[in-house]
Structure formats: C-alpha cells, structure tokens
Ligand binder design. Structure first.
Ligand SMILES: C[S@@+](CC[C@H](N)C(=O)[O-])C[C@H]1O[C@@H](n2cnc3c(N)ncnc32)[C@H](O)[C@@H]1O
Length: 289
C-alpha cells in the first residue's frame, strides 16, 4: 500500500528500471521500512490466509522490500525457500538483516537486487510467485507479470495482492480526507504508478497467459460490531495518510488547510462511537500455463 510522496529520482542504490518503475512514492527511510513491517503484520490474516502455496518449495517474491512478507511466508510455509527480488538496495539490506535474525529462517531465503521487469533468472527457475503492493508502483505491470510467468514452471501458482484505492470510505463523512486521498492517488498516477491496479489483476493475468484466475475482493469493513479492530485500523490508516502529508504539501499537491482538515476529521472519526471504516483490496490467484 502506498505512502506518498517522493519525487521521481533515481537513487544510486536503486537499480535502473528503464522507466519500468514509477517514481517510487514510499521512500526508503528507516521510518518507512518500519511501517512496512507493521503493515505486513497488521494485514497478515487478510493477505496470507489459505494461500495456494502448499506444494511450493522454491518461491520468487517480486518486490520483497524489507522482507516483511518474506518473514510471514517462511513462518507459514516451513518447506519454502524464497528468492526475494527488489530494486532497492536499502530495502534489501534491511530484508537481509531482518531474515538473518530469525533462527527458523536460516538458509531459506536469498535476496537479489534487480528490476521486476527484467528478471535475470531463466525459464522454469521457480515453482511459485508472490507479489504484494508492488504492481501499484510499476509503470508496466503487464511486463512484470510476464517476466514472473517466464521464470515459473508450468502449473506454478502466482499470488498478487494489490490496492484498489477507489474503495476508501469513512463515516462520519470526511471531505478533507477524501480530497487528500484524491490528491494522493493523482500523485501516484502522475509518477507512473497505479493506485487502482487491484481491479485490473484479472485482465493483466489473463493477458500474460495465466489460467484458473480467481480474483477476490478483500473488504475491510469495520463498524460498531468490531470496535477494537476499528480503532486499530483507524490508527493505522491515520499513520499511513499523515506520513505522506509533508511531501504532498511540499510538492504543492495538497494545501496545508486540507491536511489540517484531514487531521481534525481523522481525530473525530477515531472518537465517534458510530464510525465506519471501509477499504477493499484485491487478491488474485492464477496458474502459469
Ligand atoms: C510498498 S513496497 C512493498 C514491499 C513488500 N512486498 C511488502 O508488502 O512489504 C514496494 C517494493 O517494490 C519495490 N519495487 C518497486 N518497483 C520495482 C521494480 N521495478 N523492480 C523491483 N522492485 C521494485 C520497491 O523498492 C519496494 O521495496
């Protein structure tokens, strides 16, 4: 899931991705890396329950970031070896340190810097692939999926989990927050990403020649029935939204007044006894022909 906002700068420690990577909106600060671990744990049940990876032994994780999902995959699938690929040297260095301190993950993960749109592996190198919150950041998601398919053996599962930012809603109605959210999404589109790519996963997987494609909309619909989870989620979402605010204001994409209004609204939502939080992302499972 995206956090705004960084300019489209190619850092020396990020591999050249020949315009395949959009301007990466997250950044690579320690704070952002920590957020990725919290986010992965927070959404673990929704992202990882029942994945079709029971026969997988040699999985490629595209856009593994700091290894937050790698950690969870290795814990949930004890027979799995994972090769994590990411464009960012900073994130990979953190991933290596993180996985190295998990005794049960010893010898079960390798990390490589590389462009998801130009994988250096030959065909049939892996028997499963996992992609989470990466296609929203690439300029050509079809190329990434086509490369993923190329390195998989026939019959291998691909699991993609992606954002669908048009689904966000809050009660009480929060116009500043929704304005900010529009600017956040516009910015991601402007730098070449796609905050709505979740809705397109079926088309994309079909276009690259996958079969048995199943897309599942995973709703996060929190109201008075689950007040504890609702409070946790609103706090998490507030962190996500506010973390991008300084960058968006700096770039003139939102006004300070909008951010102030959003901050007020989020506080009100957090304290409203009848608050509703709604967001849905999309998970696609497919098989390589
Ligand atoms: C939002 S993070 C998600 C990381 C991880 N999948 C997770 O869920 O915690 C997206 C990651 O994709 C990587 N990325 C973006 N474009 C890429 C590309 N073209 N090739 C490889 N990695 C890329 C970024 O460096 C970043 O680490």
């Amino acid at each position: 899931m995206a956090k705004a906002s960084k300019k489209k700068t190619a850092k020396a420690s990020t591999v050249r991705t020949q315009k395949r990577t959009s301007g990466y909106v997250h950044g690579f600060t320690r704070e952002e890396q920590d957020r990725l671990y919290r986010q992965a744990r927070f959404l673990e049940a929704r992202v990882h329950e029942g994945l079709p990876l029971w026969r997988a032994r040699n999985l490629i994780e595209i856009g593994c970031g700091v290894g937050a999902q790698t950690d969870i995959l290795l814990r949930r699938h004890p027979d799995l070896h994972i090769t994590g690929v990411d464009a960012s040297a900073q994130n990979l260095a953190r991933a290596k340190r993180h996985i190295a301190q998990l005794p049960w993950a010893k010898g079960r993960a390798a990390f490589e810097q590389g462009d998801a749109g130009a994988l250096r592996f030959g065909k049939d190198s892996f028997d499963a692939a996992f992609l989470c919150w990466i296609l929203e950041h690439v300029a050509d998601p079809m190329l990434v999926l086509s490369e993923t398919r190329r390195v998989l053996r026939p019959g291998s599962p691909i699991v993609c989990t992606e954002v669908l930012n048009a689904t966000f809603f809050l009660e009480p109605y929060s116009p500043h927050t929704l304005n900010y959210w529009m600017a956040f999404n516009d910015h991601q589109l402007a730098v070449g990403g796609d905050p709505f790519v979740g809705a397109k996963l079926g088309n994309l997987l079909q276009a690259v020649g996958c079969r048995d494609i199943v897309t599942t909309v995973r709703p996060i619909h929190l109201d008075n029935r689950v007040p504890g989870e609702r409070a946790e989620f609103i706090a998490y979402w507030t962190e996500l939204l506010l973390s991008g605010a300084p960058g968006l204001v700096r770039e003139g994409k939102v006004s300070a007044a909008t951010v102030a209004g959003m901050t007020r609204e989020l506080h009100e939502v957090a304290h409203n006894p009848d608050a509703v939080f709604f967001y849905a992302f999309v998970q696609a499972w497919a098989q390589v022909l």
